[in-house]
Write a protein that binds this ligand. Structure first.
Ligand code: TGC
Ligand code: FAD
Length: 405
């Protein structure tokens, strides 16, 4: 395809992104003018920079590396990190809205943004030294560098405290050994925040940089989900990590778990973005598609599907907004975040399936977004704590009895 033809094709697809956000309970009244401006600018960005291309990226399992710099330019990385470190200095509702709009475009794109902001910049800001903050945060915020977060291991997914990746104090440096698996952004990342145990078995965060001898990041191929996001391993074979790369501010499993609280919050908003995209496509299609000489939207069964979708989206929007307020006040608990992440992803998966059905056979094609969202959401329902782990976090909160072990 010549450049001109490619641009025309992109323009055609872009003009097909007719997304209109459902707001059945006038939740916009709860937003400030700044919130609406931020949401509007990210929505425009998604229509221009993601919607025209996302189908091709996913079909070809292509991670568009150039999106990293573009995300940096629009302030998608580290929205709540203070501006002095390059972050947005925004509140948690703004952060949620940014994730909602990006995931409305694609969950893989939101993954890139939420890993960078919540799982790489957040721990460096929260637990890092002033030197580490100054060295890494501005470059990560601008998209000059891409980061990843290594917690999961081949034999330790839901149970990260069993991790075997470890480091030894060698006097003038640490020696890091082990492997991480299923790491978003890893094949292209410049820096990795890696969680590993010291000789006493205490978990610490270390910043590992591409180019350190013995550090490699093999890509994971063959995914049916998040195909526009790159995923891989982190392999540490006697990697010499400078002592100044240890995050000094917090150790223990609580440190990575605090990062997960922030990222799971973003996912709660993001997944509803994907749900809104599916609902909006189904709403429009139901008015255009004629069967038995009538629009299919005139049939009660189709109206039932649409009504239930809108009800669930509205409930989740309200839950997310209230959670955002509690995050802002520093009052949100891990269990409250689990409830919202779990609810949003389940809602989005159900809506993607129902919306796909409303589109009939056309729903399985890339002309419409439902199958892509549905396949993406199969990762979202698993990562950042599986659906059942979040249920157990809630169960432990209700009963006071953890049922993980
Ligand atoms: P448990 O005994 O409950 O806790 C161990 C220690 O950690 C502390 N802690 C927290 N601290 C602060 N905030 C939190 N949210 C905390 N959660 C736990 C806890 O107080 C305790 O501290 P201490 O001082 O008493 O030792 O831990 P457990 O081993 O029983 O595990 C609990 C469980 C299963 C809930 C937890 O480990 C879990 O959530 N597992 C799921 C793992 C997970 O979510 N992995 C995500 C990997 S990253 C990822 O998926 C990125 S995808 C990103 C993308 O592409 O968008
Ligand atoms: P397992 O823990 O083996 O779970 C398998 C099944 O057993 C699940 O259904 C689970 O709910 C169930 N189960 C496990 N324990 C219990 C229990 N106690 N009670 C009841 N049921 C249980 N990780 C990172 O560190 N960084 C990343 O950037 C990252 N990105 C990812 C990107 C993708 C595309 C994917 C798919 C994963 C990513 N992950 C990442 C890993 C992700 O967090 C893990 O896949 C997830 O935590 C689950 O771990 P697991 O896959 O090992 O499943």
């Amino acid at each position: 395809m010549t450049t001109n033809t490619a641009q025309e094709e992109a323009k055609r697809k872009s003009s097909n992104d007719l997304f209109e956000s459902p707001d059945f309970y006038q939740i916009d009244d709860l937003l400030t003018e700044e919130h609406k401006l931020i949401r509007g600018s990210i929505r425009d960005f998604v229509k221009k920079e993601i919607s025209p291309y996302i189908e091709d990226w996913c079909q070809n399992a292509h991670f568009p590396y150039e999106i990293v710099k573009k995300f940096g330019d629009i302030g998608a990385f580290g929205p709540t990190i203070p501006q002095e470190y390059g972050g947005g200095g925004l509140d948690y509702i703004s952060y949620g809205l940014i994730m909602q709009e990006i995931e409305r475009g694609d969950s893989g794109m939101r993954s890139t943004a939420s890993v960078q902001g919540s799982l790489v910049m957040y721990p460096i800001y929260k637990f890092g030294s002033e030197e580490q903050r100054k060295k890494y945060l501005p470059k990560l915020a601008s998209g000059e560098w891409l980061g990843c977060f290594g917690l999961t291991e081949p034999d330790h997914g839901s149970n990260p405290s069993g991790m075997v990746t470890n480091f030894k104090d060698m006097g003038d440096h640490y020696l890091l050994n082990g492997a991480k698996m299923w790491i978003s952004n890893s094949p292209k990342a410049d820096v990795a925040v890696v969680w590993a145990k010291n000789e006493e078995g205490r978990i610490h965060g270390l910043i590992v940089e591409r180019g350190m001898e013995g550090f490699s990041t093999p890509e994971t191929h063959g995914k049916w989900s998040l195909r526009a996001s790159c995923t891989g391993e982190l392999v540490f074979d006697n990697v010499k990590v400078p002592k100044e790369n240890l995050l000094p501010g917090k150790s223990g499993l609580g440190a990575p778990m605090m990062c997960l609280d922030s990222a799971r919050y973003g996912i709660a908003w993001g997944a509803i973005g994907a749900a809104m995209d599916c609902y909006d496509s189904a709403r429009r299609y139901s008015k255009e598609r004629i069967q038995f000489d009538k629009p299919i939207g005139s049939f009660q069964l189709v109206q039932k599907k649409l009504s239930e979708m809108l009800t669930e989206i509205t409930k989740a929007q309200l839950l997310n907004w209230k959670l955002g307020k509690m995050m802002e006040e520093g009052k949100a608990t891990t269990a409250q975040i689990s409830m919202a992440k779990r609810n949003s992803v389940e809602t989005a998966l159900n809506i993607a399936r129902e919306a796909r059905q409303i589109h009939g056979g056309m729903g399985i094609t890339g002309e419409y977004p439902m199958m892509r969202h549905m396949m993406n959401l199969e990762s979202v329902v698993t990562y950042e704590g599986t659906h059942d782990i979040h249920l157990l976090i809630l169960g432990a909160e209700i009963t006071g009895i953890p049922a993980f072990k």
